[in-house]
Design a protein around this ligand. Structure first.
Ligand SMILES: Cc1cc2nc3c(=O)[nH]c(=O)nc-3n(C[C@H](O)[C@H](O)[C@H](O)COP(=O)(O)OP(=O)(O)OC[C@H]3O[C@@H](n4cnc5c(N)ncnc54)[C@H](O)[C@@H]3O)c2cc1C
Length: 730
């Protein structure tokens, strides 16, 4: 009978066999029983056992009572003297607690063996191997497992990277499929050796850079202003390694003609995620070398170019790129306030404040400033901007009219010194024609944006490599993570994104190589112009999404700083911001359309269609090809009516438009790659998965009314819902 269904008043009339302590306690909880009723019922319950009844009246008076008392007394004496004997025989080093545990452990192990179970390993110190909890004897009390080592016996196995070249089958296959045979043999050998260096040396240095961020020493002990940026030895070593490995030189020596850029990019891709963000100064160094080369390496810059592209660590220089000022980094034309005063010797003295300057420990920099005319006039807008070169320090090591205000306190990229600089008469050389600063620095931006793509793809690859290794080591629900299909699906989706991004990166590398060896067509030039901002903005976003997902693959450990994993996400976040934010680059894509009078888009459509034809021959790819062709068709239709949407409508669609370009071209590249004769089943699967996304978001959003006439004001209303700004009060 259920106690809840029982009238409480009848409890006392219940037969004793049907009463139990729990029923009694429950009855007392749901309704107050008088003390006398409760005592009576209690006596009835406990009185069921005869010996207990006897105990109530004559303690130890029954036969059973005497027997139990004698038994417990003997047991206690046995345990006590047993322990005493153990203490006297133990090593003097062991604490009482350890002895106690050891004896418990041994006793427990004997019990385990007797029951046919595996014995417990208590600690390594006792020459026993710790084993996972689930393999241990379940008869042990948790206190016994955790008492000595409060952290318990289970340790997590760390995910590791091996040689990143040898572990990256996709990279190897790609290079093999693209490079001429003899170039591939050379490049592959170099990358294998470099990969070993990344694993054994560079990755550890990178971690050291993370743990020892740069510091600014503004004054010496005697109060003199020194503005010294103190970097760790590992950071300095990265500079030497960059020279030794020719990470910049490779692109300018052109040993492999137009393939040199592909080689350099593959190497930087292996380097970036282990580099402790030394990839940033390299990006700007490459950019500066490119600007100087595109200017025809003028005589005053010849030495500089040699230093920037040197393989000799003693000669190798790095460069900064100072564009952002307090009034704005996106709108450089309006944001630049720095003024250049011409000196009698034809050089210039710069005065202004640079708000973000990364790699402030570099040897040289390129920067924008406005020249002041003899009558003190300064031209505003982009036409007033010229490009200047300056050295950070003079021959004695003193800063060149520069004060380092402070180092930035950043979310990530903490390994990298990023500073605010006051230019207080920095001596410099004008290297562009007057007013052609923006046009001249564009080459630098193209290169540093490509490096941004390399960093993004490199980070994606790194987090996937670590996560897939971890999936073989970590167990959940009794099996490794890799045996959980949903976990594998998560990793596979990340892999698809990384592969699409990789092909975009390499495509740009190929186009740049063709341009630099003058083997490019006009179509190639348009494609390079269009794909650079598209790939930069798209892969930056992908990197944040994939590294975030990647961290989740490690569970709680992914969120921990000392695993080194959290830093990957913190660092990846910058990829969407510097070298142009997503919106600014989307607008840049539109600008390229307008400036080329649509030629970049014509090049896009014709190249995409031509490359898709190759994939049509593979039956498994037919559906995916159709999806991409359909997306191309929708995109074309959208571009035909985009001008009708006016300036505001065009701007509203810019981001989705750029995403459509990235997804479609990523699809084209994956399909073409999957259609090559020796493509694998995973190549086909990757292409199919990629094409499963919304390939033309600009079309979907257009149909949803996102760029309609009222859309902009609706967006503002939504953002500032009930906010004073809508009432004109702000
Ligand atoms: C770690 C780090 C290192 C850096 N190092 C350097 C360096 O070495 N050299 C250097 O020159 N700069 C450097 N930068 C600066 C960086 O390039 C700029 O922060 C970036 O270009 C954005 O400029 P801003 O900060 O002025 O943002 P803003 O221009 O103020 O932009 C703010 C927001 O407004 C959006 N926005 C702006 N205009 C528009 C528009 N027309 N339409 C739609 N949206 C718009 C942007 O997308 C952004 O989201 C660094 C930045 C960081 C974080």
């Amino acid at each position: 009978m259920q106690i809840s269904a029982m009238p409480l008043g009848q409890l006392t009339s219940w037969p004793a066999e049907e009463l139990s302590l729990s029923k009694l306690v429950y009855a007392r909880r749901i309704a107050p029983l008088s003390a006398s009723t409760f005592t009576e019922l209690f006596n009835r319950v406990v009185g069921r056992g005869r010996w207990l009844k006897a105990k109530q009246t004559r303690p130890l008076g029954s036969f059973f009572g005497r027997f139990w008392f004698a038994f417990w007394l003997l047991a206690c004496l046995f345990i006590y003297f047993g322990k005493l004997a153990m203490w006297t025989h133990c090593k003097p080093k062991l604490s009482n607690c350890e002895v106690w545990l050891q004896s418990l452990g041994q006793a427990g192990n004997q019990k385990c063996k007797a029951w046919g179970k595996r014995p417990i390993a208590f600690s390594k110190g006792w020459n026993q191997q710790a084993e996972p909890m689930d393999q241990q004897c379940s008869s042990q009390h948790p206190r016994e497992l955790f008492a000595r080592k409060e952290i318990g016996v289970f340790c997590q196995e760390q995910p590791r990277i091996g040689n990143p070249y040898l572990e990256d089958a996709f990279l190897q296959d790609y290079l093999k499929s693209q490079l001429p045979t003899e170039v591939f043999a050379d490049v592959s050998l170099d990358l294998e050796q470099f990969g070993a260096r990344v694993k054994d040396e560079i990755d550890l240095l990178g971690r050291e850079c993370e743990l020892n961020p740069p510091q600014l020493k503004q004054f010496d002990a005697w109060g003199r202003r020194v503005d010294e940026i103190i970097t760790c030895p590992a950071w300095k070593r990265m500079k030497a390694i960059s020279a030794e490995e020719g990470l910049i030189a490779e692109a300018y020596e052109r040993r492999y003609s137009n393939w040199s850029r592909v080689h350099q990019i593959a190497k930087l891709y292996l380097f970036a995620p282990s580099s402790g963000f030394f990839s940033c100064p390299l990006a700007m160094t490459d950019g500066a070398a490119k600007v100087i080369e595109s200017l025809g390496i003028p005589k005053p810059l010849k030495e500089v170019f040699i230093h920037l592209t040197s393989r000799d660590p003693a000669k190798f220089w790095t460069s900064g790129q100072w564009m952002t000022e307090r009034r704005g980094g996106s709108d450089v034309a309006r944001g630049t306030e720095t003024v250049a005063l011409e000196l009698p010797d034809g050089s210039y003295s710069l005065h202004g404040l640079k708000w973000f300057t990364s790699a402030t420990d570099s040897d040289i920099t390129l920067t924008l400033a406005r020249s002041m005319t003899a009558d003190g006039q300064i031209q505003q807008g982009s036409k007033g901007l010229s490009l200047f070169y300056l050295k950070m320090r003079d021959e004695e090591g003193k800063l060149n009219g520069i004060e380092i205000q402070r180092l930035k306190d950043k979310l990530g990229t903490r390994q990298l010194p990023t500073a605010e600089l006051l230019l207080n008469g920095a001596k410099s050389l004008k290297i562009s024609a007057e007013g052609r600063g923006v046009a001249s620095i564009v080459n630098m931006l193209t290169i540093s944006r490509i490096h941004n793509v390399i960093g993004a793809v490199g980070y994606m690859r790194r987090v996937i490599t670590l996560a897939r290794d971890y999936a073989t080591k970590r167990e959940a629900f009794g099996k490794p993570l890799k045996a959980h299909p949903l976990h594998m699906q998560t990793l596979a989706r990340m892999e698809v994104q990384a592969r699409g991004a990789f092909l975009l990166m390499m495509e740009i590398g190929k186009l740049l190589g063709l341009e630099e060896t003058k083997k490019d067509t006009e179509q190639d030039q348009h494609m390079l112009r269009l794909l650079t901002p598209v790939a930069k903005l798209y892969t930056g976003k992908q990197a944040v999404a994939v590294t975030s997902e990647g961290l989740e693959c490690f569970g709680g450990q992914g969120y921990m700083e000392d695993t080194g994993l959290a830093g990957i996400l913190r660092d990846a976040q910058v990829l969407t911001i510097w070298e142009g934010t997503t919106n600014i680059l989307s607008l840049d894509v539109l600008r390229s359309l307008v400036k080329s009078q649509g030629k970049v888009l014509d090049a896009f459509f014709s190249t995409a269609q031509a490359r898709l034809k190759v994939a049509l021959s593979v039956s498994e790819l037919e559906l995916s090809v159709q999806i991409v062709q359909n997306a191309l068709h929708k995109l074309k239709q959208f571009t035909q009516k985009i001008s009708l949407k006016g300036e505001a409508g065009m701007q509203l669609s810019a981001r989705d438009f750029a995403y459509a370009l990235a997804r479609i071209y990523g699809g084209v590249l994956l399909l073409e790659y999957a259609a090559r004769p020796n493509a694998s089943a995973t190549d086909i699967y990757t292409a199919q998965r990629w094409c499963h996304q919304d390939m033309c978001p600009v079309d979907s959003e257009d149909k949803a009314g996102s760029y309609s006439t009222g859309a902009a004001s609706l967006d503002t209303s939504l953002v500032y819902d009930k906010h004073p700004v809508l009432k004109g009060r702000l």
